[in-house]
Design a protein around this ligand. Structure first.
Ligand SMILES: [Cu+2]
Length: 106
């Protein structure tokens, strides 16, 4: 194998980070067994966070005083991140379920 073989993945990574960083992404958080997974994510303003509920009961993602998204059984829900900052959220029905979204400016 020549050295060229090792360049392609690095190039693809560089292009991906550079060319597409301004594009809004969708980040998926799975809700399973009473937990958000991954519990901590990083995103940019304009990105969408989508939660997919795989449990057999409803959950929420709640930021006290700001917003709440309800996820019925086997459903998903999403929000669009509209400002930079750190969002600490929890499930209203199961307050031990916690997640965090770090939102950076575009
Ligand atoms: Cu819950």
């Amino acid at each position: 194998m020549s050295a060229h073989c090792h360049l392609l993945p690095a190039l693809a990574l560089a292009l991906g980070m550079g060319a597409f960083s301004a594009r809004a992404e969708t980040i998926t958080v799975t809700i399973e067994k009473m937990a958000f997974s991954p519990a901590e994510i990083s995103a940019s303003v304009g990105d969408t966070v989508q939660w997919v509920n795989k449990d057999t009961f409803a959950h929420t993602a709640t930021v006290k005083g700001e917003w709440e998204v309800m996820f019925p059984v086997a459903k998903s829900g999403s929000i669009v991140l509209d400002k930079a900052g750190t969002l600490a959220y929890f499930c209203r029905f199961h307050p031990n379920m916690k997640g965090r979204i770090t939102v950076s400016a575009p």
